[in-house]
Design a protein. Structure first.
Length: 119
């Protein structure tokens, strides 16, 4: 099973980016899908989470600016980021609780995508 993120980049403050994370491999089901971020010198933090049923939760710092969504048919989770601030600069990782075709469960991580927000 593999998670691959895309969509990061450099954007000016106030701008928007949309991150995608696609899971591939022998997948039976995916439970929660999350986005985490880690800025230099800081601990990794949970940004947003979405269950298989579509329930969402967000870090207080991104509420009202970021939206997490998923396409279960494509095994893909998205993070729409609006009104970006310099403090959103970080490497963003997706995480997913995946049950494989042989019914083993894995906590899978993507390699990360850099988001840089300039003044």
């Amino acid at each position: 099973v593999q998670l691959v993120e895309s969509g990061g980049g450099l954007v000016q403050a106030g701008g928007s980016l949309r991150l995608s994370c696609a899971a591939s491999g022998s997948i039976f089901s995916i439970n929660a899908m999350d986005w985490y971020r880690q800025a230099p010198g800081k601990q990794r933090e949970l940004v947003a989470s979405i269950t298989s049923g579509g329930s969402t939760r967000y870090a207080d710092s991104v509420k009202g600016r970021f939206t997490i969504s998923r396409d279960n048919a494509k095994n893909t989770v998205y993070l729409q980021m609006n009104s970006l601030k310099p403090e959103d600069t970080a490497v963003y990782h997706c995480n997913a609780e995946i049950t494989t075709g042989d019914l083993n469960e894995y906590d899978s991580w993507g390699q990360g995508t850099q988001v840089t927000v300039s003044l």
